[in-house]
Design a protein. Structure first.
Length: 113
């Protein structure tokens, strides 16, 4: 499985960004896709996850601001990020888990004025 993440960039506090993650290869119908992030000097943390059946989980720090979604016909996952804060600055990674876990290359999100 290969994952291609895109959509990162520089945004001012309060702004919005939309990340995408396209999966290709041997995609199984039952899977979980997720977004993680890693800020400088910190451990990688789960941001949000969505199963192929539509079950969703969010980190408390992003609830009400971020929305995860997926299009199973395109094997693509999205993360709509609104009301961004400087503490959201991190490299965002997408992950796919079925029989194993696969990682995308990461996309940098910088929230700064």
């Amino acid at each position: 499985v290969q994952l291609q993440a895109s959509g990162g960039g520089l945004v001012q506090p309060g702004g919005s960004l939309r990340l995408s993650c396209a999966a290709s290869g041997s995609i199984f119908s039952l899977n979980i896709m997720a977004w993680y992030r890693q800020a400088p000097g910190k451990q990688r943390e789960l941001v949000a996850a969505i199963s192929s059946g539509g079950s969703i989980n969010y980190a408390d720090s992003v609830k009400g601001r971020f929305t995860i979604s997926r299009d199973n016909t395109k094997n693509t996952m999205y993360l709509q990020m609104n009301s961004l804060k400087p503490e959201d600055t991190a490299v965002y990674y997408c992950a796919y888990t079925s029989r194993a876990t696969y990682w995308g290359q990461g996309t940098l999100v910088t929230v700064s004025s």
